[in-house]
Design a protein around this ligand. Sequence first.
Ligand SMILES: Nc1ncnc2c1ncn2[C@@H]1O[C@H](COP(=O)(O)OP(=O)(O)O)[C@@H](O)[C@H]1O
Ligand SMILES: [Mg+2]
Length: 255
Amino acid sequence: MNTHVTAITNQKGGVGKTTTSINLAAALAQKGKKTLLIDLDPQANATSGLGLNKLSDQSIYPVLLGEQKLVDVIQETEVPKLHVVSSELDLAGAEIEIARMDSYLTRLKESLDPVIAAGTYAYIILDCPPSLGLITLNALTAAHSLLVPLQCEYYALEGLSVIMDMVIKVQESSNPKIRLDGILFTMFDNRTNLSKDVVEEVRNHFQDGLYETVIPRNVRLSEAPSHGESIFTYAPASRGANAYRDLAKEYIRRN
Ligand SMILES: Nc1ncnc2c1ncn2[C@@H]1O[C@H](COP(=O)(O)OP(=O)(O)O)[C@@H](O)[C@H]1O
Ligand SMILES: [Mg+2]
């Protein structure tokens, strides 16, 4: 099967990248799409959020350094059809080592190529760290599309323009084909006018570039990771679960 690779990116921390990576990936798997989630953040929140341990001999780190193959570090999860490559704190150090290599932008792409060629997965989701450093650049170089979670707050647009400048640079250099799949509003609170204003403002600028699905602020979504579960087993009837189910439908339609 064809594999579609999406980077979940925003240089800001705490905007819902990892929550979206975990729950979008789990929703896709639930819909029967075999999905691989790769945790690229040294904080390894996606790894622990799915109840996996950080094993140093089984993470993305040796893969990026060319010491191990990606297929050899893939782990199964409690969710059928959802596999994960975990991260670890050392990944921060890997960035320094990668910077010295000739192929410093394509480390991840090259390690994904055999897995994509094998056609094992319908989707590969890349959970990026909160920076536009080398790891994120590797993700944008390896991805077909990018999904940007955005918190409904003042200055959301300014943060977006930083990402969009980065995408243009990547298009001009290491990955001409990458496209913005969509901006996704997260932690939306419809009791505040601010949320509505921000959505309106971004919609005026990006039109089609916006996901129709909006993720509400939902405490169940913030509780699930400490139980090592996606929202679909932790609170399957919650508003958060419904929103991420809708997101998966829309994501499949777009990709
Ligand atoms: N829709 C939401 N409703 C409530 N809490 C959320 C929601 N999305 C994320 N969170 C919480 O906000 C914090 C930051 O989210 P996270 O996904 O880790 O962001 P990032 O990966 O961008 O740093 C986490 O504690 C997470 O559980
Ligand atoms: Mg994160």
